[in-house]
Design a protein around this ligand. Sequence first.
Ligand code: NDP
Ligand code: OXD
Length: 318
Amino acid sequence: MDKSTLLLSVDFTAAEKLGSIHDGLDGRPVVDWAKGERPDSLVGVKYALVWEFDHDLFDRMPDLEVIFSAGAGVDKVLSNPALPKDIPIVRFVDHSLTTRMSEWICMQCLNHLRQQKHYDAAQKKAVWADAPQPQASDVTVGIMGLGVLGQDSAKKLKALGFNVLGWSRTQKEIDGVVCYDESELDVFLSKTNYLVGLLPLTAGTTAIFNRENFTKLAKHPVLPSPIFINGGRGKSQVETDIVSCLEDGTLGGVSLDVFESEPLPGGSPLWHFENAYIFPHVAANSDVKSLGAYVDGQIKRYENGEGLENLVDLKLGY
Ligand code: NDP
Ligand code: OXD
């Protein structure tokens, strides 16, 4: 049987240096919208894999049955005013992406614990400058968002020796991690030295990383802290608050992969803080080959009547 066509509306330019989406698609035909392919009609195309896309794209697809998000987060897809109602949206959940995010989170916690900025600055000046060296077990990392990414990061941070707490909308049970639910934010914050954001962007998580919450965090007796690390979404943070909290010492440092507006404008003061690590939304890029195989696998499941996995709950918004 011929494979059904997949419409692609994702710019893979950077990611394709490591492989091609086609490597994972098992010969499935595609219409590569992002590369300018414009067939006379999209009638009969049932599947679309999207990240950046024209608002009217779905209007051209009368037979669309499933939308696949090329990333784990779906806020961009859901914000499309022309999103067709009642069409299932599947987000990207895959070991490759999860591992990349956990690597980034662990790296940022270690950068702050091991005071990497101090040593980088000393090296630049050719100065032999020792600094106090607490252990991971002296620091409590609190993760906001205990989904696929938060849970994997929690496990890997535990393995490195950090104390780990977690906070999520509904109560979780994770071995060795003290978990708090939505109603227990203040107690969670009061025990946290390094605050990690791994939340989806929804009405409930917009601007949640703000001065009021940063002031509730626990200070470490020796290390610069509290530290704020965000790998979730930029609109969950209030950047004017982050700047003023770095200025007055409410925050001792940050690692930010996501921003209220991306790319982060050249004029943002965030670029210039001594203890700020700034990344261009690269904590966990989707691996194109894995993404292709994932989408192809989900389409096969769907067509065999086995049901789609990792469906977005449209009411919750993630
Ligand atoms: P999941 O949907 O698996 O997990 C989301 C978690 O957030 C859940 O624990 C959920 O709680 C919690 N949550 C949602 N809303 C609230 C709320 N109002 N209050 C408290 N907790 C809440 O998502 P993933 O772990 O896969 O991904 C998380 C986010 O990371 C993505 O949505 C995306 O925005 C971002 N991301 C960023 C990347 C990057 O490169 N920077 C790459 C990939 C993802 P509950 O479990 O109770 O439902
Ligand atoms: C994602 C992202 O959501 O890369 O996957 O931000």
